[in-house]
Design a protein around this ligand. Structure first.
Ligand code: PA5
Length: 457
């Protein structure tokens, strides 16, 4: 059996950081009936298929579909895969790429990349960046996956217009289908097609549906994340196995036995009762850096709400500000604040037991001598020592800290973490008493952007 991640909240308990900052056993006990009720409500919504993210990993057919499509596109040996999308349509892929492809992947030779294309996730409309991407990814040698559930997001549609224009000039309209894959919401009967759906129909493009009950930030295990993952040769079955393993653990009704519920409870109690308005994710591994970015979105966009869940309080102003940091880099940037500044954070440290590479530090040589403790050691050992130093210092300064320990970063363990955080967010939505699945304020910016661009109506 594949070894999974281990989750600990012990450093956020009162026994570790005191009653003022850590959760006490009686506070957790008092929350048990609330969590039990929320669990029943979430299970009911899951069985009514209101929220599809829970069960994406059971859809084995999609694996065959994305893999077949990826194989078809790989025949022409494309040099680049460019994902056009934003928010939930982009962050999951970025998290998977950073975690599961080697560092500096795009700088490796084609052989070192196993014949797979380089990958660029374009989640902004900065003209300089987009121009440069188009320059270094010639359309003839590139496949584009445009992803937008709504099909109406200005940023993504603008990117698509540019890409289609360039492709038509380079390969001709009839060859668009060899370079462009569309991932969008399914066309509902009688509805007017969105621009992506219309393009699919007009040019006979390969396309994937985003299930209607799966929101952007919960979509990484749908075709949104899976098609790019397949093109890049990730182990999709292992991703699904990681989700299934966590689904089992996060289906437990009991607060004490459910890692997602426990973590949600710590964040909620810390936020409500102990002034912990900030939730920091601090991975001690470059590979997990963008997982923290993905977390930042799901936590912010799901919980940051003006209204309570039943809409009766329109001045609820719920949420906890998620922050991403990186060990050890931010020990020399953020940690001074985290240790001595306002005690307003709960910090989750992500640790890795076995890195995929081991880098020895040489013994003292004729040219350079460092401190004796470094000679003959490894960067792996230094990384572990730094992580332990941070966790111990946080606790000594009464700063609540939770841990997620990876035996190794791989498809299984990364999927476990992402799935757990999705369930944690769903439970946190209930505890914070907000609708975790909408994003009315984001929609408001989308409308205003269109208006600012001169759209009518
Ligand atoms: O999580 C969400 O729903 C959002 O972040 C969306 O993913 C984002 O706004 C992009 O929307 P769309 O996929 O419709 O282009």
């Amino acid at each position: 059996m594949t070894q999974g991640i281990r989750i600990s909240i012990s450093g956020a308990r009162s026994a570790a950081v005191g009653r003022e900052h850590g959760v006490t056993p009686s506070e957790l006990k008092a929350l048990e009936p609330v969590v039990a009720q929320a669990h029943r409500a979430l299970r009911a919504e899951r069985s009514q298929k209101r929220y599809g993210f829970y069960d994406l990993h059971k859809d084995k057919a999609i694996l065959g579909e994305v893999q077949r499509a990826a194989k078809g596109f790989s025949k022409a040996r494309p040099q680049n895969l460019v994902v056009l999308g934003i928010g939930g349509s982009a962050l999951g892929t970025t998290a998977l790429v950073t975690a599961l492809k080697p560092p500096y992947y795009n700088l490796l030779s084609e052989e070192e990349r196993g014949g797979r294309p380089r990958v660029f996730v374009m989640d902004n409309v900065d003209p300089e960046t987009f121009h440069q991407m188009m320059r270094i990814c010639p359309p003839k040698k590139t496949i584009y996956n445009v992803i937008s559930k709504s099909g109406g997001t200005a940023e993504t549609v603008a990117q698509l217009l540019i890409v289609v224009d360039q492709l038509e000039k380079a390969v001709g309209a009839s060859a668009l289908k060899e370079h462009l894959v569309v991932t969008t919401g399914a066309l509902e009967r009688g509805a007017k097609p969105n621009p992506l759906q219309a393009l699919v129909k007009k040019r006979g493009l390969v396309s994937f549906d985003v299930p209607p009950n799966v929101g952007g930030r919960f979509s990484v295990f749908s075709s949104v994340g899976l098609f790019p993952a397949a093109v890049l040769g990730m182990d999709l079955k292992a991703l699904f196995a990681g989700c299934a393993s966590m689904d089992k653990q996060c289906s437990r009704a009991s607060l004490q036995d459910n890692p997602a519920y426990l973590r949600a409870a710590v964040e909620f109690l810390g936020s409500r009762d102990k002034g912990k308005s900030i939730s920091v994710m601090l991975p001690y591994a470059d590979a997990l850096r963008d997982v923290a970015d993905w977390y930042r979105q799901i936590w912010a966009e799901s919980l940051g709400k003006r209204c309570n869940l039943d809409g009766t309080n329109t001045a609820w102003y719920a949420g906890q500000t998620p922050v991403k940091a990186l060990g050890v880099t931010d020990q020399h940037s953020q940690l001074q604040l985290y240790l001595e500044g306002p005690n307003d954070k709960i910090i989750t440290v992500l640790g890795v037991a076995a890195f995929r590479k081991r880098v020895p530090i040489p013994k003292a040589g004729p040219s350079v001598k460092g401190p004796a403790y470094l000679h003959g050691s490894t960067l792996n050992k230094l990384m572990a020592a730094e992580r332990k130093a941070t966790v111990d210092s946080l606790k000594e300064n009464d700063r609540p800290v939770m841990a997620v320990n990876f035996p190794q970063v791989n498809e299984f363990t990364v999927a476990e973490l992402l799935y757990m955080l999705e369930v944690e967010t769903a439970m946190a939505g209930r505890l914070f008493d907000v609708d975790a699945f909408g994003q009315p304020a984001v929609e408001q910016i989308k409308v205003l952007t269109r208006r600012n661009m001169g759209a009518k109506g």
